[in-house]
Design a binder for this molecule. Structure first.
Ligand code: ARG
Length: 568
């Protein structure tokens, strides 16, 4: 049950007005508090403390309230009855949104023939957790891996392969797609082609011009280029799948990106032309998205570049159109680097202008940068910009060192699960929009606000439940403050998930997990369960609490896509 909502609704009804209910950090004086008296004092013409003393007894009449007290300038603290808490915990924790939406989520968005960079870590982790949260709340979601598979990088890779193997038939304009070609791309070399070609293009204008030519022909359907492209596309898709598995994120509903969107360009162009939205600008075609009220520069949205080729902009607008036809979502939410903020503002305006999609139903969640201890973007030990795999490898090594120092032996699956938890939890616990410092040693600590600490707590609960025999049914028992606090913590799950969804704040899930683990470990420390001298009734009661805590923690861990090992 959603304890917060239950209590808040009951109070609103009792007082006949909507009041503000707070969850105090320190719950010694009350489980909830309200500033209702302070808000209502003015219109009632009373002093807030006086009004609070009048309201408090009314709240005492609510059947779940144990006591109220007035504090400070007129706060009312509310303590709940223990029996009520016990009953509430017994009910399932099953948060649901009141209105169900269909939501397209655009995250991951990996690029063909390019290694995944560090930013892909954040879009994948945050996007996946948001997807899981939305699904749990009953929304219908579709995840789109909007692959970068259509632009200049494709042309550069083709140009590079042509440079390495000019004898291949793919480069001839009359290439017949049925021609068998005895040629395989080495997967471990593929991701070096784009950086090499891109470096060469910067120095060599002829190579650059040739790549441009390839891009135009490729987008026009050149059979040879296309056959070659399909070869490396296949390898890239396999690599992307590996990443999805390695990160333990849900498989994408669609692995369809720019190339797929490009199919919708003619339809979108027709709409734009009918509305006279395409203008010519320095040889390119643009959509002007500037508004009178803008006080920041708002450049036009590029429909085609000066060579007439499709752009990141045009395919993104076509992708909105495609999603509307495919899923007809209520909302589309994009998870990318903050630095793409301007692009999305332009896209959303273009979507609104064209009537393809409402501006207000498009959202961009921009994430900050992952920095090293020096506050600059995280680099590998040899000083190169770190890729996604570098991060996971670094954390794997840190876990191995830590485990061997502690004298334990853990199998590889367990090490991987701990490393994954370390990376993902550390990413999720920060506000998406902010930068954070990534330090492999500290994120793998088994203590403090870390993924391993969360897993450790789950493993501990599993082990208690495995060793326990359930002799008698649990019935209400008088509770200690540690038991009570844990139950209140469990009852905060539904509110947390709903608020995390509404505020697009996946960090709330991670930080809730940490708070819950703190409560679990304090309880575990102070309340013996399986020890011989514990009375049977107390044991049954505590096991009941352990079960509910375990259920709630497991759900929270699932939302983050972490794997709980058997031992740690
Ligand atoms: N592929 C792009 C990148 O790696 C991100 C694409 C984000 N999604 C979109 N619809 N533009 O930066």
């Amino acid at each position: 049950m959603n304890l917060y909502k239950y209590v808040s609704n009951a109070i609103n009804e009792k007082l006949g007005t909507k009041v503000n209910l707070e969850v105090p950090r320190n719950r010694d004086f009350g489980d909830f508090s309200t500033n209702a008296a302070m808000v209502m004092a003015k219109s009632a013409g009373k002093n807030p403390r006086e009004l609070a003393s009048e309201i408090a007894p009314k709240l005492n009449e609510l059947d779940f309230v144990a006591e109220t007290s007035v504090a400070g300038p007129g706060f009312i603290n509310i303590k709940l009855k223990d029996e009520f808490i016990w009953d509430a915990v017994t009910q399932p924790q099953n948060p649901k949104s009141e209105t169900k939406q269909t939501i397209d989520l655009d995250y991951g968005a990996y690029n063909v023939a390019k290694s995944l960079h560090i930013g892909h870590l954040r879009t994948s982790i945050v996007g996946d957790t948001f997807n899981r949260v939305a699904k749990l709340l009953g929304h219908k979601t579709f995840s789109w891996n909007h692959i970068g598979d259509w632009g200049k990088p494709m042309a550069l890779v083709i140009a590079w392969i042509e440079k390495l193997h000019p004898e291949l038939p793919y480069f001839q304009d009359d290439f017949n797609p049925n021609t068998p070609v005895d040629f395989e791309i080495n997967p471990s070399e593929l991701n070096t082609y784009y950086p090499s070609a891109s470096a060469l293009a910067k120095q060599d204008p002829d190579f650059q011009a040739h790549a441009q030519e390839i891009k135009a022909k490729f987008q026009d359907g050149h059979a040879g280029y296309f056959a070659l492209y399909e070869k490396f596309l296949k390898i890239s898709l396999e690599m992307m799948n590996e990443t999805v598995k390695r990160l333990n994120i849900l498989p994408f509903d669609y692995d369809l990106g720019e190339r797929n969107a490009a199919k919708y360009l003619p339809d979108v162009e027709k709409i734009l032309r009918e509305k006279n939205l395409i203008e010519e600008s320095d040889g390119a075609e643009v959509i002007v998205v500037k508004q009178e009220s803008d006080n920041k520069p708002m450049p036009p949205y590029m429909w085609t570049d000066s060579r007439g080729a499709d752009t990141y902009d045009s395919t993104d607008l076509a992708a909105v159109y495609c999603r509307k036809l495919t899923d007809n979502p209520d909302k589309i939410i994009y998870f990318t680097d903050l630095r793409q903020g301007l692009h999305f503002e332009q896209l959303f305006r273009a979507a609104q202008l064209s009537g393809i999609y409402d501006y207000s139903n498009l959202e961009h969640i921009g994430y900050g940068t992952i920095n090293g201890n020096d506050g600059k973007p995280f680099k590998t030990r040899d000083g190169n910009a770190a890729g996604l795999d570098d991060i996971i490898d670094a954390v794997n090594d840190a876990v191995k060192t830590r485990v061997s120092e502690s004298g334990k032996t853990l199998d590889d699956d367990t090490i991987n699960a701990i490393a994954l938890a370390a990376v993902k939890f550390n990413d999720l616990m920060h506000d998406v929009r902010s930068d954070y410092i990534f330090d492999p040693a500290s994120v793998t600590s088994f203590e403090g606000r870390t993924g391993p600490y969360i897993l450790y707590t789950a493993v501990r609960l599993n082990s208690v439940l495995k060793r326990a025999t359930f002799e008698s049914d649990a019935t209400y028992m008088p509770m200690t403050s540690d038991e009570r606090n844990l139950m209140i913590g469990i009852l905060d799950f539904e509110r947390t998930v709903l608020t995390a969804f509404e505020n697009r704040a996946t960090d709330m899930i991670a930080n809730y997990a940490y708070d819950l683990c703190q409560l679990i470990n304090t309880f575990y420390h102070n309340c013996p369960i399986l020890r011989d001298d514990v009375p049977a009734e107390t044991r049954a009661g505590r096991l009941h609490i352990v079960q509910r805590a375990h259920e709630t923690l497991t759900k929270t861990i699932d939302l983050m896509g972490l794997k709980i090992p058997n031992e740690m």
